[in-house]
Write a protein that binds this ligand. Sequence first.
Ligand SMILES: C[S@@+](CC[C@H](N)C(=O)[O-])C[C@H]1O[C@@H](n2cnc3c(N)ncnc32)[C@H](O)[C@@H]1O
Length: 209
Amino acid sequence: MSVNSGIVTKLKATLDNPRLFNLLQLAVAGRQNITRRLIREGLNLMPGERLLDVCCGTGEFADVALGPYLGIDINQKFIEYAAREYGAGGGHPEREFLAEDITGTSFLTRGLTFPKAMMINSLHHLSAEQNQAVLGAVAKVTTGRFVIVDMDPDPSNPVSKFLASQDRGEYVRPLKEQIALVEPFFKVENAFTYYARLTAQTIIICSSK
Ligand SMILES: C[S@@+](CC[C@H](N)C(=O)[O-])C[C@H]1O[C@@H](n2cnc3c(N)ncnc32)[C@H](O)[C@@H]1O
């Protein structure tokens, strides 16, 4: 193993630590208040409406919810952290966190439905097949709006472009390809790129078919 690849391996392992992952996110993307606003607007989220957060990770975006919330993620460590910080442990019993694969029968046979759902910064970490499975599962349980936020790999700002090139996601795609992934499962109402501090993002606003 070269010195460089050793450093990269260590860095990747460090990013599996929820606290360090969030610190890095904060440095690069700030508090992402613009993202929160755009998601709420895209969802037309009403007070009290139940929200599903698909691939919620450490639960950073749980505060987008204006009522009951369910965050689901396959990573048990992330879910434990999320529940402690943003769920019942953080004074929000209305926010639930579930360590499960959203595509698994255990989740899909619970008979849950959600008027609104979101999937933040996850599309580019999943292969086309994985995305198809995840989006198919979301389509089964979502009755109204679904908003996806992801990264824009080709922003005009050179600093943002450099940051985008450093992303850990293995499946970075331009907005057009992101939309093509989503279209078989949802009606795409609107999609555009924007900046959250230095990070260049995409947002896709969908409704159930
Ligand atoms: C980059 S993280 C995004 C986390 C969070 N949405 C955020 O913006 O901070 C992507 C997450 O997707 C989760 N994930 C991937 N496949 C999944 C699946 N089939 N079901 C549930 N979670 C999944 C991973 O465990 C990971 O935490």
